[in-house]
Write a protein that binds this ligand. Structure first.
Ligand SMILES: [Zn+2]
Length: 171
């Protein structure tokens, strides 16, 4: 995901990449699709503000029911690159942005390591089916068992009602 610095013109630029999972080398995530990355690069002189948006499908096993499911992973972040040789023309950034430097001799800025970090922190800690999902076996079982227990309660109530009726009839 290298961008040639000389190809980033003053003002707004757009870049698009489809990054294959093998390039990322994240062995604990199974990717269903390449990672689609859209980048806005805003350049003022020797400072370039990148805004990255990425999207991909991951393949998890549900922690709750162990069934496989697809997870749509979407996130974005900002990273600011400054020419390390030109520190005087620095523009104030918001504190949320990650600040990095490129060297005067650099031809490219490679955003792949930044993307890699972002993807790793975007993976949910708990990998489970959506609460509303019909596909989660564990959730379905919970629902069914609560329905069953209702059914089991009903006959008892029926008997009580019957008993009460009988008592009424006798009196
Ligand atoms: Zn599940």
């Amino acid at each position: 995901m290298k961008i040639r610095i000389s190809e980033i013109s003053e003002g707004m630029n757009h870049f698009h990449f489809d990054v294959d999972a093998s390039e990322l080398d994240i062995d604990f995530i199974k990717f269903e699709t390449p990672v689609t990355v859209d980048i806005d690069a805003y350049r003022v002189s020797d400072q370039i503000d990148f805004k990255l948006n990425f999207k991909c499908k991951m393949f998890f096993e549900c922690d709750r029911c162990l069934e496989p499911f697809d997870y749509l992973c979407v996130n974005n972040f900002n990273v600011v690159y400054k020419n390390i040789a030109v520190q005087r023309n620095v523009i104030e950034d918001s504190q949320d942005d990650i600040l990095k430097f490129y060297n005067l001799n650099d031809v490219y800025i490679d955003l792949l390591p930044d993307l890699r970090d972002l993807i790793i922190i975007s993976v949910p800690m708990r990998k489970v089916h959506d609460e509303n999902s019909q596909n989660c076996l564990a959730l379905n079982t919970e629902l069914n068992s609560s329905e069953n227990s209702k059914k089991e309660v009903n006959p008892v109530w029926d008997k009580l009602v019957e008993l009460k009726k009988k008592k009424k009839n006798k009196s």
